[in-house]
Design a protein around this ligand. Structure first.
Ligand code: PLP
Length: 374
């Protein structure tokens, strides 16, 4: 890919289109963007105000203030195995992923991504001069680890995994995680494990790559955008060995200097009990929206059941040629904004988000039932 040919994010673009249609007075059910709907938690609001009152408007140390890193360790129960020296705070998880890729791969290195993949991985790898190797999934959209072995070459440098997955909502099993770790160990590859949706699961347990980091080149990505409904605060973080963080730090310093100071000071005082309470409250709301979708007869046969995150993939093959045609028809003729699966490397599906207001999901179901859409 030559410079200047990078693509805009499909979900951000569709969201923009949906907002434009709304502004023109058209009724739009917007299921396009992964934006949790909850306003600031009262405690976080108070802590942010305190951070302002105490004049925390200056650069912080690049790794992030120590108290905040201590608190992150507690949120994720990482303090037993890790210390603040294993954490680097970044302006958002997106920045954490890009900074990691930039630091760990050289132009010409191959990076493996599993479809369905989060849109930005592809562009980020290419922005860093890397070569993307996509591993297509099995029929049920689970990882195809046999195919993974087939695409490995002497130039492969890293594997990116997203667990829970955006857009499929699938969680990785222990066997899948162990097999990826074995392959990465054997071939000396980095694993970038994007766990930004780790707190949002529905029954099945989430297994973190952080449980298996002893002999591996694992980089864990997480943040507060989804867990605390704080997409606008721009706080992400990287958990990795000190050696890996030493490689990432210079890139972080030259690109970002540090994450936002007010956010860091405020969140450093958000204890784990409150953190868990917020997460639980939001998950309860997501579960309600998810149940509505799973109980809709017209969706049952075409939807991939989400085990985590707040997205659902719907198969469109019965009615449409491809996902772009489906998304366009749904937006222009039914006022439903979705993201075409082709943006995630799978053209038989569209993605809907159930992170928005529950009335959007209700409106969507009504239109689906009335028009027999799928
Ligand atoms: N990783 C995945 C899989 C995501 O879906 C998103 C946001 O949609 C991010 C990372 C980015 O998170 P942040 O808003 O913290 O940059």
């Amino acid at each position: 890919m030559t410079k200047g040919n990078f693509k805009n994010s499909a979900s951000i673009e569709i969201n923009k289109k949906a907002l434009e249609l709304k502004a023109q007075g058209k009724k739009v059910v917007n299921l396009s963007i992964g934006q949790p709907r909850f306003f600031l938690d009262e405690e976080i609001k108070k802590l942010l105000n305190e951070a302002i009152e105490t004049n925390n408007n200056f650069y912080t140390v690049s790794a992030g203030i120590s108290d905040f890193r201590k608190q992150i360790l507690k949120w994720h129960k990482w303090e037993v195995k890790f210390s603040v020296d294993n954490l680097l705070v970044t302006p958002g998880a997106k920045n954490a992923i890009f900074t990691s890729i930039k630091a760990l791969i050289n132009p010409g290195d191959e990076v493996i991504v599993f479809a369905p993949y989060w849109i930005s991985y592809i562009e980020m790898i290419e922005l860093c001069g890397g070569i993307v190797k996509v591993v297509q999934p099995k029929e049920n959209l689970n990882l195809n680890l046999n195919l993974l072995k087939e695409v490995l070459t002497s130039r492969t440098k890293a594997i990116i995994v997203n667990n829970p997955n955006n857009p499929s909502g699938k969680l990785l099993s222990l066997d899948e995680i162990k097999e990826i770790l074995n392959i990465a160990n054997e071939k000396n590859l980095f694993i970038i494990a994007d766990e930004i949706y780790s707190t949002i699961t529905f029954g099945k347990s989430f297994i973190s790559f952080s449980d298996f980091m002893e002999n591996n080149n694992v980089v864990i990505i997480n943040g507060v955008s989804k867990s605390l409904s704080c997409t606008g605060l721009r706080i992400g973080y990287i958990l990795a060995s000190k050696e890996i963080l030493r490689k990432i730090m210079p890139v972080h310093q030259h690109i970002s200097t540090c994450a936002g100071s007010l956010e860091q000071y405020a969140l450093s005082k958000l204890d784990e009990t409150r953190y868990e309470k917020i997460v639980e409250e939001y998950n309860f709301e997501y579960s309600k929206a998810r149940s509505l979708l799973l109980n809709c007869e017209k969706i049952k046969g075409v939807g991939i059941i989400p085990e985590g995150a707040f997205y659902m993939l719907l198969n469109i093959k019965k009615k449409y040629k491809n996902s772009t045609q489906a998304s366009e028809d749904l937006l222009l003729n039914y006022g439903i904004a979705t993201v075409p699966g082709i943006a995630y490397g799978i053209d038989d599906y569209i993605r809907i988000s159930f992170a928005g207001d529950i009335s959007e999901i209700e409106g969507f179901i009504e239109i689906v039932e009335e028009n027999n859409l799928f």
